[in-house]
Ligand binder design. Structure first.
Ligand code: BMA
Length: 314
């Protein structure tokens, strides 16, 4: 008898897909990429940590989304001179195509002395960006926008860490009509207590995927241990019309650091997903994630399997 598969996602045999060694300029690490498909090509917007420790975002393109990457020689988004709120870099981008605006919306972390903040930029082609600036003040990060309005409003999932709400590291959402001013955060998903794998804090992964059954939310959860945090990946499903309404949450994680390149690196035992590509024809999803804050990796799953898992009873 063969052992049952431990996970719904399968690692790509070519993992890690991208590391600092392949980069066209000297860097410490590449990880936590956002993903997009532009004119048939897979575009990854990678978090690149320079040898200063400060991160910027750079584009890598590939026809099959697996190998033969062409990496830009210059960052797409890097800290501007004299701008305090971004002086410690840009991190962890999420990308979503917004039909109504006819552009890709990038949400990422801008890091400065006041703490991490949610930053928004737009692009048509990932060759140039329009900076829209900070949309959620520190301390706030892990932000992803829905691709369309719900009830006439844009919906931003994010993770505040302030005394006024969200100090437990939970996923909330805010609504806006102009992508600039936002309503007060509303609760969506909280860390589970005690020994659970997602008990310390959680944050959204890629922008939620619209399915017939609801918005599929892929999130990271952290558990504290004596040897540090373990970052794993879980699933939740929220209502299409009212995304604060939770329809399901998988009890088990669906992906965890097991491969050597996820177990070892600058931050051990971390898988951190920011990019998702849904291939309608095959019914597969491609999840791009950072491994151990060191490299860029890919894991694939069947969307139907994820939807079954998210509705499985606790
Ligand atoms: C989180 C973020 C991620 C990082 C992870 C593990 O808080 O800062 O960028 O990958 O920690 O270090």
């Amino acid at each position: 008898m063969t052992a049952p598969e431990r996970e719904l996602f399968r690692r790509d045999p070519q993992n890690p897909l991208l590391t600092a060694t392949e980069w066209p300029y000297r860097v410490n690490a590449v990880f936590n990429p956002g993903a997009a498909v532009v004119a048939g090509e897979t575009v990854l917007l990678a978090r690149v940590e320079a040898l200063t420790g400060i991160s910027h975002l750079t584009v890598a393109r590939s026809v099959n989304g697996i190998d033969d990457w062409s990496i830009a020689s210059e960052p797409l988004l890097a800290p501007a001179d004299g701008v305090e709120s971004e002086q410690w870099g840009f991190e962890d981008p999420r990308c979503v195509w917004v039909e109504e605006l006819d552009c890709w919306v990038i949400t990422c972390t801008a890091y400065g002395p006041a703490g991490p903040a949610v930053y928004l930029a737009t692009t048509q082609d990932f060759r140039s960006v329009t900076r829209r600036g900070i949309i959620k003040h520190p301390e706030d990060k892990n932000a992803a926008l829905l691709p369309e309005r719900v009830g006439g409003k844009w919906i931003l999932f994010h993770r505040p860490m302030t005394a006024f709400g969200g100090s437990h590291g939970e996923i909330v959402l805010s609504r806006s009509t102009d992508l600039q001013s936002w309503s007060a955060p509303e609760q969506v998903l909280q860390p589970r207590r005690g020994a659970w794998w997602d008990s310390l804090r959680i944050g959204i992964g890629p922008p939620p995927l619209k399915t017939e059954r609801g918005w599929l939310v892929i999130y990271h959860g952290v558990k504290e241990t004596v040897s540090g945090g373990i970052y794993r990946i879980g699933l939740a499903l929220v209502d299409l019309e009212e995304p604060t309404r939770l329809l399901g949450r998988a009890p088990d994680w669906v992906f965890a650091p097991l491969a050597p390149y996820e177990r070892q690196g600058d931050v051990a035992n971390a898988v951190f997903p920011c990019g998702l590509v849904h291939e309608h024809a095959s019914g597969e999803v491609r999840l791009y994630y950072g491994a151990a804050d060191t490299s860029i990796c890919l894991a694939t799953a069947r969307l139907d399997d994820l939807l079954d898992a998210v509705m499985s009873p606790p």
